[in-house]
Design a protein around this ligand. Structure first.
Ligand SMILES: Cc1ncc(COP(=O)(O)O)c(C=O)c1O
Length: 393
């Protein structure tokens, strides 16, 4: 690429979210918004006929366009959007391992990812050792000659821990192991891990990337080599993203940067307000100085994110009552949409753990996870204030 072309190449995240890395052709009559190509297959007779072939292969125009945009946002060579966040995670694990291999994973993971590693992959001859990400030497000690992947989540769901990935990246590089990271909770606006030595970035695009709680999707970003192997797995296992969902995801990405900015602002304001209220044992938010990873998150994250967790005095009974009393915030298990959602991990993402296991992870009964939306903050505070008052023991 010439110097002049290089200089004019956009690299602001808001710009990339709207346009992707390419400026597109400028012919009169070209639609400003790409149409949905709701076609399972394309006229194609022989290899010279091009890359558009069959939508399960991941080469529908909407799938390709959104993949290129996600790669631009993450700063990776390539990316692919798939049918769900779990499809993305599962295809990465299957692409990078075979029977007899071993995975090292953070002990603090989304419940279904943990179940996939713990209950499902062993049936395919792939074992996982879970490591407490807080221990310095834990990763090194658990390494085996057959370790192929180290998998982490940043920030973690739902305790919002943000540990330093750089020593893990160094270890992975030294040992020739692929480091994969689920950054669903941060989005590339708040944290782009690829330039910190993380090889593969995974998202539940159902959350912030889509941003409107109206689609289920996942994404994998990394080198061309890894992404094409993930695409091969997707062709075989079949979790391709439907063209309409790919189009919706692309539309969500157009406003990702402005939404995240508002999520970040609202979450900090709500967390600060919550930390001044009675009836709450703990407010967990990386932007608060009381958070154990406040310094690390401040160094590596651009914004502290839209997720806030609280532990209510009075345990599960109070939490049930509190959820019941909310009038604006909605009880629902997902996150990352424009509307504020609340959930209790003991009923949802971490229902597979025992109470004692949840306690050990810092998720006692009374723990409520809040996905702070983009509503007017005063309205949110009014709603939380009345629900806290009405649910107090
Ligand atoms: C951190 C994280 N990763 C992955 C997933 C799975 O995503 P999906 O529901 O899109 O399959 C979730 C879902 O909540 C999640 O929170």
């Amino acid at each position: 690429m010439s110097d002049a072309e290089n200089q004019s190449r956009p690299d602001g995240l808001a710009t990339l979210g709207v346009h992707g890395a390419e400026s597109g052709d400028r012919q009169p009559g070209r639609p400003v918004v790409s149409p949905i190509v709701q076609s399972a297959t394309f006229h194609w007779a022989k290899p010279e006929d091009g890359e558009l072939l069959y939508s399960r292969y991941g080469n529908n125009p909407n799938q390709l366009e959104v993949g290129r945009k996600i790669a631009a946002l993450e700063g990776t060579e390539a990316a692919i959007a798939l049918g769900s966040g779990m499809a993305a995670t599962a295809m990465v694990f299957l692409a990078l391992t075979e029977a007899g291999d071993h995975i090292l994973a953070s002990s603090q993971l989304y419940g279904a990812t943990r179940a996939l590693l713990l209950d499902e992959l062993p049936r395919r001859g792939i074992e996982t050792t879970f490591v407490d990400p807080d221990t310095d030497q834990g990763w090194q000690k658990a390494l085996r000659p057959e370790t192929r992947i180290i998998h982490i989540e940043l920030p973690t769901n739902p305790t919002l821990r943000f540990f330093d990935p750089r020593p893990i990246a160094q270890l992975a590089k030294q040992e020739g192991i692929t480091l994969t990271c689920d950054t669903t909770f941060s989005s590339p606006v708040n944290f782009r891990p690829y330039n910190l030595g993380i090889d593969v970035v995974i998202h539940s695009a159902t959350k912030y990337l889509g941003g409107h709680s109206d689609l289920i999707a996942g994404a994998v970003a990394g080198s061309k080599e890894v992404v094409s192997e993930v695409m091969r797995m997707s062709c075989l296992y079949g979790p391709a993203l439907d063209p309409h969902a790919a189009w919706l995801l692309d539309r969500g990405l157009r406003t990702l940067e402005v939404r995240m900015t508002r999520h970040n602002e609202n979450a900090l304001l709500l967390a600060t307000w919550l930390s001044q209220q009675t009836g709450i044992e703990a407010v967990i938010y990386p932007g608060l100085p009381s958070h154990p990873d406040h310094v690390m998150a401040s160094e590596l994250m651009v914004g502290w994110g839209g997720m806030v967790s609280i532990v209510l005095e009075g345990g599960g009974v109070t939490a049930d009552r509190f959820m019941d009393k909310l009038q604006l915030a909605t009880a629902a298990p997902s996150l990352g949409g424009v509307e504020t959602l609340v959930s209790q991990p003991r009923y949802t993402s971490h229902s597979g753990l025992t109470t004692a296991e949840r306690d050990a992870w810092g998720i006692p009964d009374g723990f409520v996870r809040i996905s702070v939306g983009i509503e007017t903050i005063d309205d949110l505070i009014t709603d939380f204030a009345q629900a806290l008052k009405a649910s107090r023991v």
